[in-house]
Ligand binder design. Sequence first.
Ligand code: NAD
Ligand code: UGA
Length: 466
Amino acid sequence: MKIKTICCIGAGYVGGPTMAVIAKQCPHIKVTVVDINEARIAAWNSKNLDHLPIFEPGLADIVKQTRDKNLFFSTDIDKAIDEAQMIFMSVNTPTKTYGKGKGMAADLKYIELCARQIARVSKQNKIVVEKSTLPVRTASAIKSILDNVGNDVNFQILSNPEFLAEGTAVQDLLNPDRVLIGGDQSTEKGHEAVQALVDIYANWVPKAQILTTNVWSSELSKLTANAFLAQRVSSINAMSEICEKTGADVKEVSKAIGMDSRIGPKFLNASVGFGGSCFQKDILNLVYIAKTYGLNEVADYWEQVIIMNDHQKNRFSDNIVSTLYNTVSGKKIAFLGWAFKKDTNDTRESAAIKVADNLLSEQAEIEVYDPKVSKERIYADLDYLKTRPSEENKTLLTVKTDPYQACKNAHAIAVLTEWDEFKDYNWESIYNSMQKPAFIFDGRGILDKQQLEKIGFAYYKIGSSN
Ligand code: NAD
Ligand code: UGA
């Protein structure tokens, strides 16, 4: 079966870029991305490409080439479902905040709503693709809804988890390490469905990198990949604390172990802690799944990755307080960066949020500069924690659009995101504008220690005491 029409439900960080790349690489396919969030769809349709809802290097260019040709953004979900032969579900699957599994299990209400809408609207056979990250065996729940609510049309369900990382989404989509497709190949219809999706990716991905498995392996591989990646960060962060006590330097340790081809050099940067919308939620989800099967040792093993990450964020703010003579009350601390990593405007679970919250509880005054994150977003992130009234957050924390202004009169600077531009600042002029002694706490290890110490800064970085 040759696919000519695709609908993607969910125009977020995954749905938007993924579908833009499919549209670019498959000009013969009409791709419609739909969402219930009208503002988001309006932003995807905005004339000024600087106003797209998501910042990703290279994305605006692809949207410019494809939008209103074979890529469409719409709020008319029913119409897009009806027209499509293949429907991707790319809605959010956050951690549950209520009821059974609260704080751990994935909240599947958005997925279920999607499935019910697809079932209600579809009058012809459809291939339904799980693009969202889902607990293993979710496909059977989706199938049950589709088959029991539907209009007696045939639904084939595939799992096609997304492995893109934010900040490099377009590159990751254009040159993926692999594309994973899970499906039931034991039936003719199942086999056809898998093949239809393979054929779409084969327009630009070498066949050898398109991996097909059964549905459960595919669903579980996504959670496993994120768990392994997050575990690497927690592992190197655990070593960073030992480095600080012993005179070892975590950068040197990373390099030394990364040259072992069995370990590999990537994803070994010690940091103030991993953030992002998925690592924590997916590991918690995995822990919950393990617990529901009674696999308590497995659950404890993976939970430790989160415990270590929380510790890393807390010890970063603790170190700022203790170094600033055990009090930051009334002191100004400049934050460079708020996003959870560079080259994205996404702040979900960013370490900066927790570090700021800890310091605000110590009555510090914070001024934040981030090249891509809006003031509204920063306040929303803090208010979400409900640690103190919103007015107090606004009084204690201000957001600057100029990094030099943010650092002026500060007692200390904390680097929370590894934005490249931070390396090129005029650090001498920043030093001259600050209170003395002027401290820098480099949560990403990106600044030049020698240069900064020569200027006069007291420089601290994660994973080194030298
Ligand atoms: P997101 O919150 O940015 O986008 C999800 C969108 O779905 C929202 O715009 C929301 O309004 C929409 N939505 C929810 N329910 C809907 C419904 N019933 N009908 C129409 N629209 C609906 O989320 P995201 O970051 O794109 O993540 C989506 C999924 O992909 C999650 O499961 C996530 O774990 C997974 N994932 C995310 C990333 C990433 O880098 N962000 C990478 C790989 C996988
Ligand atoms: C991650 C995975 O890398 C993607 O493969 C996956 O698709 C995605 O999660 C998802 O499922 O959402 P993402 O969170 O966008 O992607 O970004 P990463 O590059 O993985 O970084 C995650 C966090 O770990 C960031 O806060 C980053 O700063 C931190 N990190 C990463 C480190 O502290 N050290 C490292 O060496 C690498």
